[in-house]
Design a protein around this ligand. Structure first.
Ligand code: PRX
Length: 584
């Protein structure tokens, strides 16, 4: 196939709706953050702002006030709808609830809930009163929870009866945790305790108007823990001004327009859920769908069909699962779909070609990171797609491929994917109480992503791989150190080395190499036990799907596990430079 044939060409004349960004080159050239700031976000008279005002309150002053903001479908098919006015009242009430519980500006309040509307209500309630919202996956178990809640010094956690026992178990290790708010939905029996507060009781008492906090651009809004190669997860701090890049990308990339029905499948425990299931879509006042149910091809297609979803933002693992399923999308009416998108891990060209065939639409791959706070390199509805490429930088952002010294490399050269830090509007403000880690992201003016990539002669960026040992499994970022730490807590284990192993559906799976204590029988049962152990203590999604027993781990002379050696051996690749390796 010639290169040209490999390109998916766009013909704007054939579009039923003209995209918000119809000329990439021109927009890129003319773009300034100052100009879009004037058009897209509202400040208070004193020059401060609040994300919640931009996403909810301001719409209530317009004809969007009775517009549906959220269409929710519960796990048992129950349906609920919320208008922007409903959300204004609920989030005002919840902000009042927090104030009544002595939460102050800057305090950290964490959300540990399943995918239910209260997640969004409490998220915006927290932002309204100026506290910092921390979000967590409902799959987290005690180790993952204690790391996050103790490092952040969380004052309040909002959870439900089903998840509360995990908090209860670790509360003794969290001296800063003053209150737990329980959302009653979904359970008859509620936990009891002196420091437990019930959501409904408090909401019933609370006033439905609140004087929203005026926040400086750089004041913290939300924080998210994310994994690197070493150490415990780090708290990435985002600001209220992040709303600008969230809105601009939702408009220019996801192409949200006034009558769209938008569905981002991501969980709010993940940055995509925070930015593209709350900030971006509601910043533009669009109607969005939320589903509590688990993934299945039937239920997802039915949701698109029933709600007439027009814009769909999902992830490669889900796409590959849909691709591998026997459920035929053509058995559903998916004709409402106008544009479709993907994020989180490399989207293989086959998945794009399949999408084109199955839905009549190409998936647009988008690239960014928790630290960046918004889409940064991406494909656009109006721009030709080169399947396998992440696309081109967002207008406003300058990207480059640089070497380890910060020198820009030319087209076609593999190197570090870097962004000019001053051009990323929603770049994290810092790493919570870890300035050193924050500084390590930069080489002079460049923000270093940790990804290796290449730019072709036409300016398209191509992802090559991670420069470090971070694992991406089903789009979720997992630090090998966290999994290793969990494994070594098992009484049969001395030490463990963990890597990401390529997998056709999940991108990577977690593979562990385990050294057992003398006398321990290395059985298949023990492998199973270790998998369950990690699932139960760390997180449901972060367990090793494969385990090998090994006599000794490859280490540097200073004792650091050389995971790349494990990986090379596993994949039958050359081991590379082993000069720092101790005898192995
Ligand atoms: O390695 C890249 C991969 O995911 C990393 C960021 O992970 P996280 O902070 O969890 O954010 C994910 C969602 C924003 C990146 O460093 N990644 C993300 N998107 C892509 C990707 N790799 C290849 N192609 C992508 N489109």
């Amino acid at each position: 196939m010639s290169d040209k044939a490999k390109v998916i060409q766009k013909d704007l004349k054939k579009f039923s709706v003209t995209p918000n960004l119809s000329d990439y080159d021109k927009t890129y050239k003319d773009f300034t953050w100052e100009n879009v700031e004037k058009e897209e976000i509202e400040f208070f008279e004193d020059g401060t702002l609040n994300i919640a005002y931009n996403c909810i309150d301001r719409h209530v002053k317009t004809d969007k006030k009775d517009k549906k903001a959220l269409l929710f479908e519960g796990a048992n098919g129950e349906k609920e709808q919320y208008t922007f006015s409903d959300l204004k009242a609920l989030t005002d009430k919840f902000a009042n609830v927090l104030v009544s519980q002595s939460v102050k500006k800057g305090d950290r309040v964490f959300i540990f809930l399943p995918s239910i509307p209260e997640r969004y209500v409490v998220f915006f309630g927290i932002l309204k009163m100026g506290a910092v919202a921390g979000t967590m996956f409902s799959a987290f178990q005690e180790m993952a929870l204690v790391d996050r809640l103790s490092d952040s010094g969380a004052k309040v956690v909002i959870t439900n009866a089903a998840l509360y026992p995990r908090i209860k178990k670790i509360w003794k290790d969290l001296p800063g945790l003053e209150k737990v708010i329980i959302i009653e939905r979904g359970s008859e029996e509620q936990p009891v305790g002196e420091k437990i507060v019930y959501y409904k009781d408090e909401m019933d008492k609370a006033k439905s108007d609140f004087e929203i906090s005026h926040m400086e651009k750089d004041d913290y809004s939300y924080m998210l823990y994310t994994s690197g190669t070493t150490g415990k997860p780090k708290g990435v701090m985002h600001a209220h001004y992040d709303i600008l890049q969230a809105i601009v990308t939702t408009k220019y990339v996801l192409d949200v327009q006034v009558n769209d029905i938008y569905w981002c499948t991501a969980d709010i425990g993940w940055v995509t859920g925070v930015v593209y299931a709350t900030l971006g879509p509601w910043g533009l006042g669009v109607t969005q769908v939320m589903s509590e149910g688990r993934f299945s091809p039937e239920s997802w297609y039915k949701l698109i069909q029933d709600y007439k979803v027009t814009l769909w933002y999902t992830a490669p693992t889900a796409i590959r699962m849909l691709m591998g399923s026997s459920v035929d999308p053509r058995d559903f009416d998916l004709s409402s779909l106008r544009q479709i998108y993907s994020v989180g891990e490399p989207l293989n060209p086959e998945a794009i070609w399949w999408g084109l065939d199955a839905y009549g639409l190409p998936f647009h791959d988008t690239w960014w990171q928790t630290e960046l706070g918004g889409i940064s390199i991406t494909n656009y509805p109006a721009l030709d797609i080169r399947p396998g490429s992440m696309g081109k930088p967002l207008p406003g952002i300058k990207a480059a491929i640089i070497d380890d010294e910060g020198k820009e490399l030319g087209d076609g050269k593999e190197g570090n994917l870097a962004l000019l830090a001053s051009t990323i509007s929603s770049l994290m403000k810092t790493i919570w109480r870890n300035e050193k880690k924050f500084n390590s992201y930069f080489i002079e003016k460049w923000y270093i992503s940790g990804d290796k990539a290449m730019r072709d002669k036409d300016g398209y960026y191509w992802f090559i791989g991670r420069a470090d040992d971070v694992i991406k499994t089903s789009g979720e970022r997992v630090g090998p150190f966290e999994v290793e730490s969990s494994l070594v807590e098992h009484p049969s284990v001395i030490e463990a080395g963990v890597i990401g192993k390529p997998d056709e559906v999940r991108g990577e799976i977690i593979k562990a190499f385990v050294v057992t204590k003398p006398g321990i029988e290395q059985t298949e049962e023990l492998k199973e036990e270790l998998k369950v152990y990690v699932k139960k203590h760390l997180a449901g999604h972060a367990y090793p799907r494969e385990i090998d027993f090994i006599d000794k781990l490859p280490k540097t002379r200073s004792g650091k596990i050389m995971r790349r050696v494990l990986k090379a051996k596993e994949l039958g690749l050359p081991v590379g430079d082993t000069s720092t390796l101790e005898d192995y």
